[in-house]
Design a protein around this ligand. Sequence first.
Ligand code: DOR
Ligand code: ZN
Length: 346
Amino acid sequence: MKMLTLRRPDDWHLHLRDGDVLQAVIGDTSRHFARAIIMPNLVPPVVTTSDARAYRERILAALPAGDRFEPLMTLYLTENTDPDDVEEGKRSGLISAVKLYPAGATTNSHGGVRDFNKAMPVLERMAKIGLPLCVHGEVTTPEVDIFDREAVFIETVLDPLRQRLPELKVTMEHVTTADGIDYIKSSKGNLAGSITTHHLIINRNAILVGGIRPHYYCLPVAKRENHRLALRAAATSGDARFFLGTDSAPHVDPLKECGCGCAGIYTSVNTMSCLAHVFEDDNALDRLEAFTSLNGPAWYDLKPNEEKITLEKRDEPVTFPAKRDSGAGPITVFDPMFPLHWQVID
Ligand code: DOR
Ligand code: ZN
């Protein structure tokens, strides 16, 4: 039997939702993770510091008794975001980052940014006060093929923005392509990338071969195998510019299993088991802690967690619930399509 002890991990990109779904899913994160960057794409979105304060209270109220978990709040960038409110949010310690959704890129992103010139005053203020911008890096131009949207975003939006504001700290979230990995590696600072659990495991075949499988559909959509391999190499390399952001994104089954299903994969339940499997496969178990527990805090200027978690590798496969029930309906848990043997025991 193998054991592995790590500093308690953090999740640098997480959707907790609100109401019944929040209540159902929060424990799956707080069981293993100490902190998480909380996505602001609620309906309506978390736009102001006061929205974020109220949402944080709802998250803390939903925590299972006895769990310690720190939600790191973000604001949803709009063309009308007030730079003073953002600065106040950062100074009060409430706001850890601002999230950029190009309008129409994904779930609840219609209030996002269309004209980057309009967002410049906020971005300039963020650069000045050292507040990171978390980016959903996909263009939404209808002519651009969905599998090319990340690469085109880097070339036409991200790189020009970084040249215009080199002091701005940017997290390229849920990187899904070799292009994204190469761009981060070639940058000379102020750029890092989060990688999801599922993009290390599935390629686009998971969604489309043998039938349409909505529970593997997320955005950015999984790409070809060569991209998945580039993500694996980056995540398992120990390179401090790459860290875990699960993008665990629960939707109740009826909203995924229908004619126009929502994007999002719910991985909080078994993420640590999946990651231990992936890192072991790549002979990199000794670098799992960097990916889940060290590189992220260093990027966000936070201390790594002092607490530890232990994983154990069992001979028999470990089982997880196939669904998490919520007051709003069942939520399907990510199935990595291979047996999991690692389990967090403590
Ligand atoms: O798959 C995704 N789900 N990607 C996103 O960018 C948003 C998220 C969600 O909120 O469901
Ligand atoms: Zn997300």
